[in-house]
Design a protein around this ligand. Structure first.
Ligand SMILES: Nc1nc2c(ncn2[C@@H]2O[C@H](COP(=O)(O)OP(=O)(O)OP(=O)(O)O)[C@@H](O)[C@H]2O)c(=O)[nH]1
Ligand SMILES: [Mg+2]
Length: 291
């Protein structure tokens, strides 16, 4: 995919990785030790570990993250337990911490396609995703994962971009009549939050991975800074500013047209790229002044 990513493991219960892990919560705290010393079960132990992470955001995490540069792309692999996105504010505070450190953050919610065997499971997956979306308050991308394991793709097609009314009738069909009002409320909620949109991810297909990546990049504006920097670097490399000055000195009409063109370019650039705006504006203004 022509990019360097760094994976941060935030799951204290994870054991095997088929890829290099750059930062690992297990270096901070061990789930086994917590369960043994505090006599907690796996879920209680997990919550304890995550709260310990929260207490150490400023020390441990900041120190680890300081090694990365502006354009670095980090993937934080979170534990799958839904309690972390519904009951406790740990991950919300974690995201807030990243935002304070000027990271562009988005949440990528993976719904296992193996789990979606009927409409009730699909709606429950939507609810879990909605709970993460409401809690984290960052751009959110929904993915239907493990599509390579799905034998009959047609069974899932109905859930990739479903029509809310069709979902409601299916839900009513498989539940007792007293749930109709609740079903309607659930479907309205899911529809209102535009939750009924899952992107299929099939790891065997590069196009599928690329599509998912493009959606994520878009939501965090990844690459936009790089594109703008490329333009600025390109202009510098080509000696564009000095060429402009030379051309503008030979023809005032050319200088004026160029000025208009660049002005058009500048207004299309988003606010974050003010530095480039100023750089180009200064170059053009200097050119005009020089002329
Ligand atoms: N075939 C296939 N296997 C996958 C895919 N994604 C993950 N797996 C495998 O599925 C197993 C379970 O992994 P996950 O679904 O990521 O779940 P987990 O990380 O164990 O658990 P949580 O993070 O707590 O949800 C592992 O053996 C993965 O290698 C996929 O897209 N296709
Ligand atoms: Mg996992």
């Amino acid at each position: 995919m022509r990019r360097t990513i760094h994976v941060v493991n935030l799951d204290p219960a994870a054991e095997h990785f088929d890829y290099p892990v750059a930062v690992d919560i297990r270096e901070l705290i061990s789930l086994d030790d917590v369960m043994e010393e505090l006599e907690l079960g796996p879920n209680g132990g997990l919550i304890y570990c995550m709260e310990h992470l929260e207490d150490n955001l400023d020390d441990w995490l900041t120190e680890e993250l300081d090694n990365y540069l502006d354009d670095d792309y980090l993937v934080f692999d979170c534990p799958g337990q839904i309690e972390l996105f519904s009951h406790v504010p740990v991950l919300k505070n974690f995201v807030e911490h990243l935002k304070r450190k000027n990271f562009n953050v988005c949440a990528v919610y993976l719904l296992d396609s193996q789990f979606v065997t009927d409409v009730t499971k699909f709606i429950s997956g939507c609810m879990a995703s909605l709970s993460a979306m409401v809690q984290l308050e960052v751009p959110h991308v929904n993915i239907l994962s493990k599509m390579d394991l799905v034998k009959n793709k047609r069974d899932l097609e109905d859930y990739l971009n479903p029509e809310p009314r069709a979902l409601l009738s299916e839900l009513n069909l498989c539940m007792a009549p007293q749930f109709e009002k609740l079903n309607k409320a659930l479907i309205d909620l899911v529809d209102e939050y535009s939750m009924v949109s899952f992107i299929p991810l099939d790891l065997r297909k590069e196009s599928s991975i690329q599509y998912v990546l493009a959606q994520i990049d878009n939501s965090i504006q990844y690459g936009e800074d790089a594109d703008v920097k490329d333009v600025a670097n390109g202009l510098n490399k080509m000696g564009m500013c000095s060429d402009l000055a030379v051309c503008a000195q030979t023809s005032p009409t050319f200088a004026f047209l160029l000025y208009c063109c660049v002005l058009c370019m500048l207004v299309t650039m988003v606010e974050e790229h003010n530095h480039v705006k100023y750089c180009l504006s200064s170059a053009i203004i200097l050119t005009i002044l020089k002329h």
